[in-house]
Design a binder for this molecule. Structure first.
Ligand code: GLN
Length: 538
């Protein structure tokens, strides 16, 4: 097994996740079986209970583990499906060390960070890498070198480096080279962060420098000299507005050859051209506007996978889509927000938790339904579509989800018995891959072209089975259910141009060259709407 460890210096938020994913992609294009692992130096066991305001979206893996959004980059760039064991947090490590201690496994020793915690870290990394059958395991260490939290992990990495054969271990350090107002690229922060690494006994093999503009040659030379690497191993990673371009940028800098020569890799020939994917992001035509009505609309990272799934659909349909972010709460009071909705060619209501903004989202859904605008609802968006139709078409005034109103007279969305009673935070959600059975001759069937699909889930509440007849009479067609037929998974309104919602999250399985079918169908409906609209205006 070969290991590439990626650390970060200077500041957080450098795009280390995208760099890691891109390196994985570059190696995969040469026929290597690569698997990523992410170390998060926080004490949470997983990202499930973490606030998206602080961390961006919670990404859900096939096995239901809730992880941070870097896993989305890994899965999308490398086109793989990962399991929860690929995410190691301080919490996971400590829990396991403490359990071992309670079970008497340390035979009365004093349990310490070194060697017990560091041994546990090394063991985990090696076990997960071995089980994955990969050729190369890329381990991204979250946080910034110098943080107290990441010390045990860096120490474990230092030990691993000594224990593994030289060619099986590579350290890539990602840093920032800021630009002064006068246009000068400053290397001091990079020098300092490499110094901090060295104090921990680690010398980087390759330094990837994030910068506004490509690094000047003399800047590379300076970094090479002060940080004791070859100039070819100083890789310039300038800002780009298209993240899918990063593998190509790094490749053009010769990162593959650097890695190959140090790790004695013998497969060099490219078998897949990622450039073809990048090309699809360019030269898009047309103007289609999609409104995303969310709760964290000011923080687009909370809807990262949705944004990416829209982009994948755009790439496939070769059309330009502008996203309008609308804060759901504004739709409750602000007419300006409502007018924005009028301009949109389609309305997307994504998933969410908590009462705030739900009435605004319901207004957006009503607007899309009444005005024949394409609508895509995801998870909470699906549940609120049920509420909207119940209130406005089935005559069930004050219908609601019991998540938002405990004593609603019409709990059209509710906890099922199996979920009641186990309402402990974090442990009760339907999470991860689940089979969905699709009815024939429905929009869902046309979209997926199959009667059985697998999609990822992350929710607690379900459509209340006692209201199914009433909802059907009001015009909702539940075209997808779980395999027992008890839980509703997809709804559509057959007499609307495009009104489609899913209880699951199709965005998590969307890939740059395989857009999620509901997203593709939705964007295509929005394009039709835009064309009609423009024709009417002329
Ligand atoms: N809050 C809803 C539930 O728990 C929807 C969850 C979501 O949108 N991810 O069922």
């Amino acid at each position: 097994m070969k290991y590439i460890v990626v650390t970060g210096g200077v500041i957080s938020g450098l795009g280390k996740g995208i760099t890691t994913a891109s390196i994985g992609r570059i190696l995969k294009d040469r026929g290597y079986n690569v698997v990523p692992m992410k170390i998060d130096p926080y004490i949470n066991i997983d990202a499930g209970t973490m606030n998206p305001f602080q961390h961006g979206e919670v990404y859900v893996l096939a096995d239901g583990t809730e992880v941070d959004l870097d896993f989305g980059h890994y899965e999308r760039f490398m086109d793989i499906e990962l399991g929860g064991e690929h995410n190691i947090t301080t919490g996971v490590i400590f829990l396991s060390v403490i359990n071992r201690e309670r079970n008497g496994e340390y035979l009365g020793q004093t349990v310490q960070i070194i060697p017990h915690v560091t041994n546990e870290i090394k063991l985990r990394i090696r076990e997960v890498a071995a089980r994955s059958n990969a050729d190369i395991c890329i381990v991204e260490i979250g946080g910034t070198v110098g943080d107290i939290e990441s010390m045990p992990f860096l120490e474990a990495v230092r030990q691993m480096r000594r224990e593994e054969p030289r060619e099986n271990f590579l350290l890539i350090h990602v840093t920032l080279v800021p630009l002064t107002k006068l246009g000068e690229q400053k290397t001091k922060p990079t020098q300092h962060s490499v110094k901090a690494l060295r104090e921990l006994g680690l010398q980087p093999d390759i330094i990837v420098c994030r910068c506004e503009r490509a690094l000047a040659e003399d800047v590379k030379e300076k970094i090479a000299m002060f940080c004791d690497v070859d100039k070819r191993d100083v890789i310039s990673a300038p800002d780009t507005d298209e993240i899918y371009e990063v593998p190509v940028l790094l490749e053009n800098e010769g990162i593959f050859e650097s890695i190959r020569d140090k790790m004695l890799l013998n497969k060099s020939e490219k078998r897949f051209y990622w450039e073809n994917i990048v090309e699809k992001c360019r030269n898009l035509s047309g103007e289609t506007e999609v409104a995303i009505v969310g709760k964290y609309a000011g923080l687009e990272d909370s809807y990262l996978s949705i944004k990416e799934a829209i982009k994948h659909a755009m790439m496939d349909l070769r059309c330009n889509v502008d996203i309008m972010w609308i804060e759901a709460e504004d739709l409750e009071t602000d007419e300006g927000a409502m007018r924005k909705l009028e301009r949109a060619d389609g309305v997307l209501v994504p998933g969410g938790f908590g009462t705030r903004g739900t009435e605004g989202k319901i207004r957006a859904i009503e607007f899309a339904r009444v005005h024949g605008k394409p609508f895509l609802g995801i998870c909470l968006g699906f549940q609120l579509a049920v509420v909207e139709v119940a209130r406005n078409l089935a005559g069930l005034k004050n219908a609601n989800s019991t998540e938002f109103c405990d004593d609603t007279p019409h709990p059209v969305v509710d906890l099922l018995d199996e979920q009641r009673g186990i309402m402990k935070k974090g442990g009760t959600m339907r999470l991860g891959n689940g089979v969905v059975i699709i009815k024939e001759n429905t929009l869902a069937h046309r979209i997926y072209g199959k009667t059985e699909i697998v999609e990822r889930h992350r929710h607690r509440y379900e459509v209340n089975p006692s209201y199914l007849d009433m909802l059907s009479d009001a015009g909702i067609l539940f075209s997808g259910t779980d395999s027992d037929g008890n839980k509703m998974e997809i709804l559509e309104l057959p007499n609307h141009p495009f009104f489609f919602a899913t209880q699951f999250h199709p965005e998590f399985r969307s890939r740059p060259d395989r857009p999620s079918p509901p997203f593709r169908a939705f964007i295509s409906a929005c394009m039709r709407h835009a064309t009609q609209h423009n024709a009417e205006e002329v």
